[in-house]
Design a protein around this ligand. Structure first.
Ligand SMILES: *Cc1c(COP(=O)(O)O)cnc(C)c1O
Length: 383
């Protein structure tokens, strides 16, 4: 097989049988003509499938090492596909510091009696083992976690999950297959918010569920069609376009994030920096082993006399917005933004303090980003 960068750069290239266009065209048609009432060719109705979605699914499945994928209207819709496939009353083990939207969905469904959820400190292998003690149908992992960048040992957790009879799913949104491939480490499936690093340009919302089992893949596809949660044509085109530059963006933005994390760690006005690329991070060695880059997201806590709201507002090259993985740098205050849907107690349990600041590092010059952070730190201290 060709190298990862080659496969990414050529995602959906030379795949237009009609006109031999280099870049696959955008198909917006909702319906496809039939030869006879009974014969359906590759495409029939766009809720079920369309050429652009199929190319994106094929490309991302190949990069993650799965047998296929289902592309959805959002990352949450991809997670919901996994939940649809569980029997009533099933037990799910999920990280205590999972993405806020994931917790909201799990909690709401669990409260309705659909299933039982056990939250575990998934970065401690012993805690996963304890949570799986009564067996489980699904183990969801998210590593690095968001926003504290805790690292879970995917291979160890996958072994425990399988021994307990659980399907092992990894939310790989924070790294993308360019920096981490969970299926190679033993995961059964991978979930993405394609909105983030995969698309990389902050101009669409989408998700994908990559599978290693053809039967489960068929069931997920059936649900995506039945519930109408598949990815739309224009968004599939943008996600596929993002894949072609994914390895370069992921590497460059990761390198800048490391520079910034090291600079922040040297500052007396920064109380803590959470980034697995730092030698002092508790998951550093594990991350160095199971990832091929430390990622584009980091978080920090300012010294107690600095106001995180003033800091975030004063930043000029980091826009206050709740997303990550785009070419533009963003800043967010997780307790008031991405993780606001969690209860205060759940945030405390997950270790998300009100003063925590999350940065997503883009493609700007890292020297400019550091200068911007320095100016904002000064402003936060003197106002
Ligand atoms: C954003 C995100 C999601 C949800 O994806 P959407 O595309 O916003 O629905 C899920 N998991 C993680 C880790 C995320 O960052």
């Amino acid at each position: 097989m060709t190298g990862f960068d080659t496969r990414a750069a050529r995602a959906g290239i030379n795949r237009d049988p009609a006109h031999r266009a280099i870049t696959a065209p955008i198909h917006l048609s909702s319906a496809y003509a039939r030869e006879t009432p009974e014969t359906v060719t590759d495409f029939d109705y766009a809720r079920t499938a369309h050429p652009g979605r199929a190319l994106f699914e094929e490309s991302i499945a190949e990069l993650e090492g799965g047998v296929g994928a289902v592309a959805t209207a959002s990352g949450m819709a991809a997670i919901d596909l996994l939940l649809n496939d569980l029997p009533h009353g099933a037990r799910i083990v999920a990280p205590v510091d999972a993405y806020g939207g994931t917790r909201r969905l799990l909690d709401a469904r669990a409260a309705g009696g659909r299933f039982e959820v056990i939250y575990a400190r998934s970065w401690e292998t012993g805690a996963i083992e304890a949570a799986l003690a009564k067996g489980a149908a699904l183990l969801i992992l998210e590593t690095p976690s968001n926003p504290l960048l805790r690292i879970t040992d995917i291979a160890a957790a996958a072994r425990l999950g399988k021994a307990a009879g659980a399907l092992v799913a990894v939310d790989n949104t924070l790294l993308s297959p360019a920096l981490q491939r969970p299926i190679e480490l033993g995961a059964d499936c991978v979930i993405h918010s394609a909105t983030k690093l995969i698309n990389g340009h902050s101009d669409m919302v989408g998700g994908v569920l990559v599978e290693t089992d053809p039967k489960r893949l068929d069931r997920h596809r059936w649900w995506a069609n039945a519930a109408g949660t598949g990815l739309a044509g224009f968004d599939a085109f943008l996600a596929l376009r993002g894949i072609r530059t994914l390895p370069v963006r992921a590497r460059t933005q990761s390198a800048a994030a490391l520079d910034i994390a090291q600079w922040l760690a040297s500052r007396p006005d920064v109380a803590a920096v959470h980034y697995p690329g730092l030698a002092g991070h508790p998951g550093h060695e594990l991350a160095a082993r199971q990832q091929s880059g430390f990622g584009v997201v980091l978080s920090l806590e300012l010294a107690p006399d600095l106001d995180p709201r003033i800091f975030a507002k004063r930043l000029a090259l980091f826009t206050l917005a709740q997303s990550l993985g785009g070419v533009e740098s963003l800043v967010s205050l997780p307790a008031s933004m991405t993780h606001a849907s969690m209860t205060e107690a759940a945030r405390a349990e997950a270790g998300i303090s009100d003063g925590l600041v999350r940065l997503s590092v883009g493609l700007e010059d890292s020297a400019d980003l550091v200068a911007d952070l320095e100016a904002a730190l000064t402003a936060a201290a003197t106002t």
